[in-house]
Design a protein. Structure first.
Length: 616
């Protein structure tokens, strides 16, 4: 038997066994399992309580952690993994049920242990501001407000004019209101107060409270304004959120997710597990973020965290692969590049997978990398799968013939052969609010691919492909209109018939004489006539071989982020955040001495891109 067949068989048996364990029922196991908190019950809300699960089970085990307020639904925090220590800090007071499950991987038996824990309100009669373990974040607590109303928090520098606001939360009438206040500069005095909008739309304001931010504990990349903001700049979107790209050992700067204002002042960061190289994908309403982090494999963990870096949801590629195998699919080998929250609360994420194809992308057996679209339900259990090996043309190789070694830069795990064809390298998912389908940016095919998702009821069939050799006829003045090796393609507009994207231009520049620049593009398209019209084609003045961001702004301009621009001297690469006018001219540019996988222009750290009012 050939070596690759043996490897595939072993891998399949491993995940098949894991899937069997995942389906086993809870039993009254004789082993001892304990769940212990490092602090006694009765802590103020927002306190970090660390739970530890211990057991005397001789066989290998893994752990799952859930919690819920007494009488309410339980929420998955961390699905089955090797992790047995769980920092926990809900922002709602009440009596909680905390649950840990220990799964015996040899027998499939599951032992469940629970504890109750009371989190007390910090504010009962007047608002309170509390410092937490983050120098740029305050915990603002206010007494309960009348059911049917809502509360949000305003904050601004003492003596300053620029006001920011948190998201609004519904009043419960019984529980206190608690907010992380984030988006503040270091070593600065701030004034903070809340606003209550009552059920009859009356507005009441709380008293001013004061907070002094601390010092930055890390050295952050240098920033330089290359083109200052002016009257045409979308000043209302005055926050730049940055998801770091690879460092390649360039500088001793931690690989942190962080945010700046438009002049480059750091106003937020997350240092949680930064050594695992977090890969930011999306900001969610309220300030939570979706991202993947490296574990025992690259992309091993998919996580949702809040502004303070506390875990909200977490799962592993091993856990999701158990469910894939149970459904008859091959396992996934990593999460990568993108994860988005769908309107119904589900989460769609890209996952790498590989196959040995015979006489399809080369003579004889060839290892080929592809990308699943995996949809998880609100409890982060697998719900829907798109398998490219069933839906895409597997004979159409990567346009530039890209290949991968195991976990080489930019590559997922390669497990079935020493080298694999990097067939797809999908890097973005976009949801269509018009028909419930999904748009994929498939970098190594130079295509945008629309698939039949239909809000979870679709077949996964390909509806169309946009790009060179695709299904649309381009309408453009440019002799080379089509994007190539693009990033961050997103459906925009009320009719969802426009796409904004970052055109890295690898294929175009591979065939052209230098200099050759990357572009920011906006396309409108007609799905009946199958034409695509190039509306904006911004020459960004530089070439970014990889990475990139694209976004429509509230004033009608566009944000384009060049993620990695090489230089002949130290620092080896820069990134750039450009604001382009609809005619393609550049209005604002911020340069950073770092690489950036993703960057977003935001109103604040609570509102996803493109949401809110557009007045400067």
């Amino acid at each position: 038997m050939k070596k690759w067949m043996i490897v595939l068989l072993v891998l399949g048996l491993f995940f098949a066994a894991s899937a069997t364990y995942a389906q086993s029922q809870e039993v009254n196991a004789p082993q001892t399992v304990t769940l212990t908190a490092d602090l006694p019950s009765g802590q103020p809300v927002g306190t970090v309580v660390t739970w530890t699960v211990t057991d005397d089970i001789a066989d290998p085990v893994d752990y799952c952690f859930r919690f819920g307020r007494l009488g309410e639904a339980m929420q998955l925090m961390v699905d089955y993994s090797d992790k047995n220590v769980f920092p926990w800090a809900p922002l709602e007071d009440g009596v909680y049920v905390v649950e840990a499950s220990v799964r015996n991987l040899a027998t499939g038996e599951v032992t469940v242990v629970t504890q109750t824990f009371d989190l007390l309100p910090r504010a009962t009669s007047t608002p309170v501001v509390t410092a937490i373990d983050h120098p740029l974040i305050a915990l603002y607590s206010a007494p309960a407000c009348v059911v049917g109303g809502e509360m949000r928090v305003f904050f601004k520098p003492l003596g300053g004019a620029a006001v920011m606001a948190t998201n609004a939360k519904p009043c419960t009438g019984t529980h206190s209101m608690n907010f992380y206040v984030a988006g503040m500069k270091a070593n600065t005095n701030y004034v903070i107060m809340h606003e209550i909008t009552s059920p009859n739309q009356d507005t009441v304001y709380g008293p001013w409270r004061f907070f002094q931010t601390g010092s930055l504990p890390y050295a952050f990349p240098n920033h330089q304004i290359k083109n200052p903001p002016d009257a045409q700049t979308s000043l209302v979107e005055g926050v730049l959120l940055v998801g770091p790209g690879p460092s390649f050992g360039q500088a001793p700067v931690p690989r942190l997710q962080y945010a700046t204002n438009l002049v480059g002042d750091v106003i937020w960061y997350d240092s949680t597990d930064y050594e695992l190289q977090p890969n930011l994908t999306r900001l969610l309403p309220g300030g939570n973020r979706l991202y993947d982090v490296y574990g025992e494999r690259r992309g091993f963990v998919l996580r949702e965290s809040d502004l303070a870096g506390r875990i909200v949801h977490e799962t592993t590629v091993r856990r999701v692969s158990e469910q894939l195998v149970a459904l008859g699919y091959f396992p996934a080998t990593s999460f990568h590049h993108d994860a988005i929250r769908l309107p119904n609360g589900d989460t769609a994420v890209l996952g790498s997978t590989e196959r040995i194809l015979v006489d399809m992308q080369g003579e004889g057996p060839v290892d080929v990398l592809g990308d699943y679209v995996l949809v998880l339900d609100p409890q982060w259990q697998l719900k829907w799968v798109w398998d490219p090996f069933e839906k895409m043309d597997t004979a159409r190789m990567a346009v530039l013939g890209e290949r991968c070694l195991n976990e080489a830069p930019g590559c997922p795990p390669v497990l079935l052969a020493p080298i694999a064809n990097d067939w797809m390298h999908t890097n973005a998912i976009s949801y269509s609010a018009v028909d419930g389908n999904l748009l994929l940016s498939v970098r190594h095919q130079d295509w945008l691919v629309k698939i039949d998702y239909a809000d979870g009821g679709g077949s996964g069939d390909i509806i169309w492909r946009m790009g060179a050799e695709g299904d649309f006829v381009p309408v453009a003045d440019d002799p080379s209109p089509w994007f190539s090796h693009q990033h961050d393609a997103d459906l925009i507009g009320a009719a969802q018939n426009q796409i904004v994207l970052y055109d890295n231009g690898n294929t175009r520049c591979h065939e052209a004489q230098s200099p050759c620049n990357s572009r920011g593009q906006v396309w409108s398209f007609d799905e009946n006539g199958m034409t695509a019209t190039l509306e904006t084609n911004a020459d960004l003045g530089r070439y970014s071989m990889a990475l990139g961001s694209a976004q429509v702004l509230l004033n009608g301009n566009y944000h384009f982020g060049s993620g990695i621009v090489l230089r002949p001297q130290l620092p080896l690469f820069f990134s750039f955040a450009d604001e382009a006018l609809p005619d393609g001219s550049i209005d604002y540019t911020l340069q950073g001495e770092y690489s950036a996988y993703r960057s977003y222009r935001l109103r604040n750290l609570y509102t996803p891109p493109g949401q809110g009012e557009g007045n400067n």
